[in-house]
Design a protein around this ligand. Sequence first.
Ligand SMILES: Nc1ncnc2c1ncn2[C@@H]1O[C@H](COP(=O)(O)OP(=O)(O)OP(=O)(O)O)[C@@H](O)[C@H]1O
Length: 417
Amino acid sequence: MSLSALAIDSLTAGYGEHRVLDSISMEIGSGEFVVLIGPNGCGKSTLLKTAAALLKPVAGRVSLFGHDVQKLKPSERSAMLGVVPQKVESPMAYTVGQIVMNGRTGSGLPWRALSEKDYVIIERAMIYTDVLHLRDRYFMELSGGEQQRVILAMVLAQEPKMIMLDESISHLDINHRYEVLRILKRINHERGMTVVLVSHDLSLSSEIADRLILMDAGRVVAEGNPRDVLRADILSRVYDCELQVKHDPLTGTVNVTGVLDGFRKTSEHKLTVHVIAGGGTGIELYRRLGLHGYRVTTGVLNRMDSDAEAANALGVEAVLDKPFSAISGTAFQSALELALEADIVVVSAVPFGAGNLINLRIGEQALDAGKDVWIAEGVAERDYTEDRQADALVRQLVAKGARMWPSLHMLIKELKG
Ligand SMILES: Nc1ncnc2c1ncn2[C@@H]1O[C@H](COP(=O)(O)OP(=O)(O)OP(=O)(O)O)[C@@H](O)[C@H]1O
């Protein structure tokens, strides 16, 4: 890698108390074409915002072409970096032509008269992105895809050394999507412009990226050439779902798809899963099991618990008990009945304290009755009873044949078996 276009060193950043990036480091070489991927909310846009100095780091450093972004003047920064954001907002009164012109004059920069050369550059950017015919239209009246092309034209007119696009091709039809990619590839090859594209299209990413960077929860979890990053084991863990990854030996591209047919299979079976949860640990289970076609029951939950609200909202049959008190015998019996009627019992990673330890006994009795019982990995470590009774009970259940589930997608995969 030659001079680095973007160097991120132990960067921690977020919004107020909410830390999104967690001591993340990465380097993007000058002239590279990198695609940044990762689940919703993992921090990709936040990373772009810190690179554009729109967000100040809590700790760590971000450099553009060797310069600390926080110390660059706006004009210096815009010569180095152009950002095509995910969402575009503009005052109603701007026409497309005026917006693209901003790329040359620099929004927020001191006004300057445009030269003949500037106009040539503006026109070229508009032709490249197929927006010349929209020049006199009001920006806010355009479709989402047209707006994205206009903003791209504006950033191209800026002629930065690096361009970052935040899901900016997601609204484009297939023709314009490939056109924009061709433009980016061409400028990358011919002018050595560094390109960083954020995308959720994993297959397309494998076609265009020199290098992929996969983020999860504010960190880089894998990077390298697309074949090494787009692996079923890595992606299934990060996206927590079942995925199929196929390699095309002819083109060298990787095709990543989700799995839908499992849904049909399970919805035909209509298996019932009884979930033992609490403290919000059940919500994802109810949601995902329901989406995969299972009928879900749950309990015992206390009435104030967020799981109880979620169960109610999702139509999950639930046994509820009084808040802030130990589970009553009647509630225990009702939940046990549901568990014994179910095909499978799943225990979430609820911390089993003195008040709800008895919930684990439902799992135990279901196991004794020959049910499949699955316990979240780490549930024992979350126990906060002093004598670690939950820990001991989980070990007993595992010795008797209960199985551990490491992640929701692994659980669902196993259940579908
Ligand atoms: N302006 C903001 N104020 C508070 N929280 C924010 C703000 N912008 C983003 N967040 C939060 O920061 C986290 C990371 O958001 P970010 O937009 O960086 O994710 P992302 O990886 O780009 O996601 P996506 O793929 O959905 O676009 C999310 O939890 C989000 O809710």
